[in-house]
Design a protein around this ligand. Sequence first.
Ligand code: HEM
Length: 152
Amino acid sequence: MSDQQDFSDAERVETVRIKGLGGELNIAGNFYERVGGKETFRKLVAKFYEGVAEDDVLRPMYPEEDLGPAVERLQLFLEQYWGGPTTYQEQRGHPRLKMRHMPFKINPLARERWLLHMRAAVESIELPQLLEAELWGYLDRAATAMLNTFED
Ligand code: HEM
């Protein structure tokens, strides 16, 4: 990793498609398959956005009246990241998440709220402990990487 990057997890967070321990061999199935594929990510993201819809810090950040398109973008991104279909890339290009979040004020409170709803969503899909820990570890680091201000 180059020392020009501003946070240590940059590579992992921006990864278009993660490789599991078996690399491309994926003997035990990749993460996407092991957690139950599309249906699991659909449930995760639906539950997450139920929380966002009621959140007085996060909801105003979403430019569109209808959260439907945002739901779909996050689902497709996460599916691709964990080894599922690459539809996100085909529709949106490289994720460049840090850059795409620059228009929004992501301070520690916004990060905390995002993770609060994501925690509820992760618990709702009831994954085996190790898979849950891997998913949560990534989301927590990614949310930290998205911080772009410490102002209120
Ligand atoms: C830390 C707090 C975060 C806040 C407040 C936040 C907020 C937002 C907002 C307001 C949008 C625009 C809605 C849209 O057009 O889709 C967005 C888009 C998106 N966010 Fe976040 N986000 C956060 C963290 C994350 C994290 C950690 C991830 C990934 C693990 C993520 C993934 C995405 C994706 C994939 C999009 C759509 C990008 C695109 O293709 O345009 N966000 N986020």
